[in-house]
Design a protein around this ligand. Structure first.
Ligand code: HSE
Length: 307
């Protein structure tokens, strides 16, 4: 029996559409063992009522993807999912399931895949790399897809950042959120985002967090998504007015991430109040950057592999 723990992730960080992401200190756990035959899936925690318990299950599909890749057939499996990452919230729950499933599949099928190959399969299943790379590798990730595969840099800032996330009760699937985006963007907006995204990478690398106020601004995706996100505009404004350094949609939303360079309990309160005022149920998570990515252990908790 093996256990895989995979972190939640937040993609884009404002301007870095499809290329920036971070791992967060909230983890989904998958326990898997090979059985004589069949498929048994149990789910605990987030998404318990909605997650498929058959071959449509995302973790199972990722396991199968590895077996197909290496030309073997999937054995009987017993899988237990302990989910802490809210579903369809912009916190990388599908990336965590995909990466977790690929790691289970790779371990059971003989560990034939390299890290880069696992990332390619994860990106193929997810469609974009900005959640799956931090889910596997942890830290702050800059990534881009090239004709020779996914390229990335991982960075672990020494100076702490604090991540306050408000998760409204309503869900917003990534596919729907991406469907709101235009075919083309204005040249000026593209230039704006290149500048902000570059500044953001430099600000995080150089730990010049005072630049985050500008470095997290974006003109190419949130503006098209916000119409469909009740409470978003007001919540961003309130959190900024109350001292957050950067406030933006986490991934494709609907969660909002407020970034600070010191603990600020006031931000937690403001985020919650902002949705309460709109009579939208929400919860606030106070997280930090996860320096580790996925972790594979055996039954006794002995580490088998960490990325
Ligand atoms: N970059 C993706 C998007 C992230 O914004 O659609 C999805 O989590």
């Amino acid at each position: 029996m093996i256990k895989v723990s995979v972190p939640a992730t937040s993609a884009n960080l404002g301007p870095g559409f499809d290329c920036l992401g971070i791992a967060l200190t909230l983890y989904n756990e998958i326990t898997a063992e090979i059985i004589d035959e069949g498929l048994e899936i149990e789910v605990y925690g987030e998404g318990k009522e909605d997650i498929e318990l058959d071959e449509q299950n995302l973790v199972y599909r990722a396991i199968k993807r590895v077996y197909d890749q290496v030309g073997k057939s999937v054995p009987g499996l017993r899988i237990k999912l302990i989910n802490k990452v809210p579903l369809c919230s912009g916190l990388g729950s599908s990336a965590a399931s995909t990466v977790g499933g690929l790691l289970v599949g790779n371990f059971f099928s003989g560990e034939l895949l390299s890290t880069d190959m696992i990332l390619e399969l994860a990106k193929e299943m997810e469609g974009h790399p900005d959640n799956v790379v931090p889910a596997l590798l942890g830290g702050f990730i800059v990534t881009s897809t090239t004709e020779k595969g996914i390229k990335y840099v991982r960075h672990l800032p020494k100076k702490d950042l604090y991540f306050y996330l408000v998760v409204p009760e309503y869900r917003f699937a990534t596919g729907r959120s991406r469907g709101l985006l235009p075919e083309n963007v204005d040249f000026k907006d593209a230039t704006f985002n290149i500048g902000r995204s570059s500044l953001l990478v430099a600000a995080i690398m150089a730990e010049k967090y005072e630049l985050l106020e500008w470095a997290t601004e974006d003109k190419i995706h949130q503006i098209y998504r916000q119409e469909q996100l009740p409470g978003f505009v007001e919540c961003v404004k309130k959190a900024k007015d109350n001292g957050a350094l950067g406030v933006f949609l986490s991934g494709a939303g609907p969660s909002i991430l407020a970034l600070t360079d010191k603990p600020m309990p006031r931000i937690k309160k403001v985020l919650k109040e902002s949705y309460d005022e709109k009579e939208i149920k929400s919860r606030v998570l106070e997280l930090q950057l996860s320096k580790r990515g996925a972790l594979l252990t055996n039954e006794e908790g002995v580490e088998l592999c960490q990325w």
